[in-house]
Structure formats: C-alpha cells, structure tokens
Design a protein around this ligand. Structure first.
Ligand SMILES: [Zn+2]
Ligand SMILES: [Zn+2]
Ligand SMILES: [Zn+2]
Length: 329
C-alpha cells in the first residue's frame, strides 16, 4: 500500500505549493494595490486622478482592439482626466473636473489626505461643459449624495449654463452646489500658499467657454490644459508658458492620424502628440521634462505605456501622465 501513498503525497505537495504560490502572488498584488491607493500626500501636491478623454476607455460601442477586451475585463486605472490638489498644512483638498468617474475620484482624493476631511472636495474647478469635465456633478444631487453647498468654481458662461439648464439647475436651487464665479486671468487665492489662475483657451465652445488653469503652490507651479484646439490658435505661446512652470499637463487626445483613419490632422481640433513633439523639438531638455501628456482618446496607443509610441514619447524627453502619480508643488 505504501508505494501508492508516496506519489499521492508528492502530488498533493506539488499542488499545494502551486496554490500557495498563486495565493502569495495575489496577496502581494493586493498589498501593492492597497499601498498605491492608501498613499498619503504631504505638503502641497497634485495627484493625477484620471488620464482618459471624456468618453472613457472602453468607449461605448467600440469594437476595435483598443477596447474590445475591456468591456469584460475593465482596467481600473482608466479613469477620465482629473487632477486632485491637496494642501496638507491648511487641510484643504480640491478637484479639477467633475468627470463620469467622480464617485471614485473624490474618494481617492480624500484617501490621499493625511488629515481628517469631508467626503466632498473643498472646491471643484471645471474647465468646460463637455461630458468628461462636468457631468460628475450629478452625483452631488438628490438622487445620490444630496450634498450641502459644495463650492464649484465656474467661468461666466459655464455658470449661466449650470444655472439655466436641468438637471444642473436643480443642484443650484437645492444648494447641493454653490457656484462661485471666476474670470479669465483673475487669480483665486485658495490658501495662503495656493493660487489658481484660469485662462481662456480655444476649443469647441457650444455651452461654455473653455479654460486651462495655472496652479501655483508654495514652491512649484503647474499648467493644466486638458482640451485645446491647435497650439497656434491660442493667443499665448505654449512654449513660453511651459518655461514659466514646473509641470505642464497638456492635451494629448490623439497620438497621430492613424487613430482617425488617416484623416487630415489639420482638421481635428486638438494638438496631436506628434504635432506637439514637433513644435517642442528645440526647447531645452529641462522644459521637455516638465511636459506630461494627458486626456487620451480610447484609441491613443500611449495609454499602453509599453507601446512603441509611448516609448518614443519618453525617449524624446517627455512624460505620459499616469494615474496616482503625485507632484509636489
Ligand atoms: Zn475633454
Ligand atoms: Zn476603443
Ligand atoms: Zn472638450
């Protein structure tokens, strides 16, 4: 009988250790994930809460390789473009954009804070009225959180749009949100060491104007321009603006024309990554290092950091914004 038991024992031993290995790997992966989302921010910092274009990834109805597997196996790191801003000393936290992923992004923002703080941000800054940038506000209303007077900083047309159109107007009348008017090129002092400067940029402005923001902290500053028409349509020089800050998070909706069946790039109102890289070709390496491409269409190959295109961007001295990255200000 004994000689039967030995092989069985060996088999059991093997299968056990294999299972143990798998459990160990899962545990390590979970621990890493936990660590990533339970990181606390010190000082004044920006946190990337999302990098994808308005429609997300996967995009509804997409049957191409970029999305086809993501409907059943979503990638939790693919969230719509948003930045968190935390001032630890003054115990304040802010969010740029109220995206379709606002539910988790507000929670992550809170979790990054190393101080006791409310579930909602101390202020929300919106760039414009396209779906990826403001519709998350709906979660503050009666059907969801029924929030109390959350401050939303808005440009004049954006303010009128929210006040005069449902369901947003209901948030205003119910005082779930409190609209605070801001103006082009007028600084907003949030805390003694934190100021925000909105500036108008050219974009498809059906319902509101579009702004970018300069975020100025105690030591460093950042540009945030998630949506803009071609750089030469802007009344400012992007190269000069980059030289005046420490980080620049800029529109990188498309990599090149291949994503759009080789349509003429000049007709698409965004600066393609290859166009931006051409424009920035001769700027100092130190300025290239400040640039973080963001706001990726579902088709953009750089979402995959291991893609040839992403490698090309990085080799040229630029960065590809990654969710959960933290930047000291
Ligand atoms: Zn957008
Ligand atoms: Zn797709
Ligand atoms: Zn837009």
């Amino acid at each position: 009988m004994k000689h039967y038991i030995l092989p069985i024992l060996i088999l059991l031993l093997f299968s056990c250790s294999e299972n143990e290995d798998a459990t160990k790997t899962t545990k390590i992966k979970l621990a890493l994930k936990k660590e990533k989302t339970s990181n606390k921010v010190t000082g004044t910092s920006l946190v990337i809460l999302g990098t994808i274009q308005d429609a997300g990834s996967p995009q509804i109805g997409c049957i191409k390789n970029c999305c086809k597997d993501l409907f059943l196996n979503p990638d939790n790191n693919r969230k719509v473009v948003s930045l968190g801003l935390i001032d630890t000393e003054n115990q304040k936290k802010y969010i740029f954009e109220a995206t379709p992923d606002f539910i988790t992004q507000t929670k992550f923002l809170k979790n990054y804070c190393d101080f006791k703080t409310a579930e909602t941000p101390d202020g929300i800054f919106l760039t414009h009225a396209h779906i990826g940038h403001y519709t998350g506000l709906m979660h503050l209303g009666k059907e969801a959180m029924n929030a109390d007077s959350v401050l939303v900083y808005v440009m004049p047309k954006m303010k009128t749009f929210l006040e005069q159109n449902g369901p947003w107007s209901q948030l205003v009348t119910n005082e779930n949100i409190l609209l605070k008017g801001i103006n082009n090129a007028f600084q907003i002092k949030l805390t003694p060491t934190l100021t925000i400067l909105p500036f108008i940029v050219p974009h498809r402005d059906e319902y509101s104007e579009t702004v970018g923001y300069k975020i100025v902290g105690p030591n460093k500053s950042a540009l945030f321009i998630p949506d803009i028409d071609k750089w030469n349509k802007w009344n400012k020089k992007i190269i000069e603006e980059i030289s005046n800050v420490d980080y620049a998070f800029i529109d990188a909706t498309f990599f090149d024309a291949k994503e759009l069946n080789n349509r003429n790039m000049a007709d698409i109102p965004h600066p393609f990554i290859i166009e931006s890289m051409n424009l920035f070709n001769d700027i100092p390496k130190s300025d290239k290092n400040k640039i973080y491409f963001i706001h990726f269409n579902h088709t953009n190959p750089v979402i995959d950091i291991n893609s040839e295109q992403a490698k090309k961007v990085i080799e040229n001295g630029y960065n590809i914004a990654q969710i959960n990255d933290i930047f000291k200000l």
